[in-house]
Ligand binder design. Structure first.
Ligand code: NAD
Ligand code: 2HG
Length: 526
């Protein structure tokens, strides 16, 4: 019988499902050394946010087939390490949507009516009616940052309470926002016009410290902000300062840059701040949902069936998967790359399967390309199961073509993505050893392996320009790992692709764009 190790508190409904097919050992709060010692015995791990499944643990888990995260965030699992070992990582992308939305709404109303402090005051034997006069949310403007699953549910409930809705989400179409009764605005307008702001976005390099001293300064002094999304999206020190100075009226947080929160200037503030210990998903219903959702997937995989919400590997027959895996990685990488080059919302994606690839089962490759394309906006919420639906809901038009006669390489994949203002295309292939190569950008031939940090420029092919970019990067202490230029004609247009060791420091892109002859520059993180 296979063995499952449950490392965090999971609802009994999930344990019951696992017990149908496996021996289930519940050992919560294990020290890392202990987990390392026993993990070789297990076929599956089931966790919540408490356990970190590092590359070392994955390496030690010689029998592991699946890691199940009862919740959304897989930030506590080394997913690339698991993928390398062919271990499926599954999550529950929707099991706690309602719970998190209701937590945000509860915090908004609690802030408006000072519920926590009023409650404490009565329990202390006081009767302070004047001290706790509140404000109504009716007819107030709610600014929703991130109009995905949770943001949409918040929008529906807030609308029913008579609130005016505005939203910022660069990856959502105006039609979708319209259906939800929201006016799409840019972030500055949202900060300026909102009486309440609620965050429902993933934590990404783009959203880290999105709410900082500068953006808080744009808020109304009567406005309040709520974060039930991820810690680190708000700069907590800047928020504490803004609250202390009366720059804004209130804040309610469920998530923090570092958890548990510990010492923080926020804990020293009064009724203008409400803090909860990451309770967004902590409802009986959500815990049953996520436990059942993930336990069913672990059970299925242990029975040799596909998982429905795998974040890293699609539900294919193992033989088909083995054959396609390198191409799926290629498609996902190119999807992610082209989405970052477009920068904005992608409206249409053309997927061209060329050479040997044109003879393959194309659907998983198309799905992998969409997963990569949407990963910038949705992070771990997008998987091989929901990528097509998510793309459809976002109004992305997908066109698939194939041409077996194109044979520059054995098989290659070309993705063309179009946004409201930009259009880009990238081609990639696999080398004999399965390594990915980007072979074309916007029609210019190159030959570059993808890298975590990259810089793409489009420039006029003229003497001195490459040197200037090199010196500029040097002056910002950026180390260049490799550099390539692709051009079609001498002294025409060209692209330059640099792989760099670290993320580009702030401000450097603006400097690059000032260099004479540079037409466009984009950073990419893969
Ligand atoms: N507090 C909790 O316990 C708890 C529980 C569940 C989920 N969450 C978190 O809530 C957040 C939202 O979850 P969801 O299920 O609604 O996710 P989702 O993927 O359905 O929606 C996220 C939305 O954010 C948008 N987005 C991405 N980058 C953006 C940016 N830079 N600016 C503006 N919008 C951007 C996306 O287009 C998408 O529409 C996630 O961070 C999730 O981890 C927290
Ligand atoms: O309570 C949890 O396990 C975390 C909930 C939430 O942040 C998630 O990622 O699903």
């Amino acid at each position: 019988m296979p063995k499952v190790l449950v490392c965090d508190p999971i609802d009994q409904a999930g344990i019951d499902i696992l017990s149908q097919v496996a021996q289930v050992d519940i050992k919560t709060g294990l020290p890392v050394e202990e987990l390392m010692k026993i993990v070789p015995e297990y076929d599956a791990l089931m966790i919540r946010s408490g356990t970190r499944v590092t590359a070392d643990i994955i390496e030690a888990g010689v029998q592991l087939k699946i890691i199940g995260r009862a919740g959304v965030g897989v930030d506590n699992v080394d997913v690339p390490a698991a993928t390398r070992k062919g271990i499926i990582v599954v999550n529950s992308p929707e099991g706690n949507t309602i719970a998190a939305a209701e937590q945000a709404l509860a915090l908004m109303l609690s802030l408006s009516r000072h519920i926590p402090d009023a409650n404490q005051s009565v329990k202390n034997g006081q009767w302070e009616r004047k001290k706790f006069v509140g404000t109504e949310v009716y007819k107030k403007t709610l600014g929703i940052v991130g109009l995905g699953k949770i943001g949409s549910h918040v929008a529906a409930a807030a609308k029913a309470m008579g609130m005016k809705l505005i939203a910022f989400d660069p990856f959502i179409s105006a039609e979708r926002a319209d259906q939800l009764g929201c006016r799409l605005v840019d972030m500055d307008v949202l900060m300026q016009e909102s009486d309440y702001i609620t965050l429902h976005i993933p934590k990404t390099p783009e959203t880290a410290n999105l709410i900082n001293a500068e953006s808080l300064a744009k808020m109304k002094p009567t406005a309040r902000i709520i974060n039930c999304a991820r810690g680190g999206i708000i700069d907590e020190a800047a928020l504490a300062e803004a609250l202390k100075n009366g720059q804004i009226a209130g804040a309610a947080l469920d998530v923090y840059a570092s958890e548990p929160l510990g010492e923080s200037p926020l804990t020293e503030l009064g009724k203008e701040v409400i803090l909860t210990p990451h309770l967004g998903a902590s409802t009986t219903e959500a815990q049953v949902n996520v436990a059942v959702d993930v336990a069913e997937q672990i059970r299925d995989v242990l029975l040799g069936l596909p998982a429905r919400s795998a974040v890293n590997i699609p539900g294919l027959h193992p033989d088909a998967l083995e054959q396609l895996r390198p191409y799926l990685q290629l498609a996902e990488t190119l999807g992610n790359l082209v989405s970052q080059l477009v920068g904005d919302r992608v409206e249409s994606l053309n997927i061209h399967l060329q050479g040997e690839l044109a003879n393959n089962q194309s659907q998983p490759i198309v799905i992998a390309a969409l997963k990569g394309l949407l990963s910038r906006a949705l992070r771990e919420r997008v998987n091989y199961v929901n990528a097509s639906i998510e793309a459809q809901e976002r109004g992305i038009r997908v066109i698939e073509t194939r041409d077996a006669s194109i044979c520059d390489y054995k098989g290659s994949l070309l993705l063309q993505a179009k946004g409201p203002s930009e259009e880009h295309e990238v081609t990639g292939t696999l080398l004999g050893d399965g390594e990915i190569r980007i072979t074309m950008v916007d029609g210019f031939p190159i030959n570059v392996p993808p890298n975590q940090h990259m810089l793409f420029t489009r420039h006029r092919d003229m003497p001195g320009i490459i040197g200037k970019i090199g010196s500029l990067l040097g002056s910002f202490n950026v180390n260049i790992a490799s550099m390539q230029v692709g051009r079609q004609i001498v002294r025409g247009d060209a692209v330059m692709v640099l792989t760099i060791d670290d993320p580009l420091p702030e401000g450097i892109l603006e400097e690059i764009l000032k260099v004479a002859g540079i037409r466009d520059a984009n950073t990419v993180m893969l």
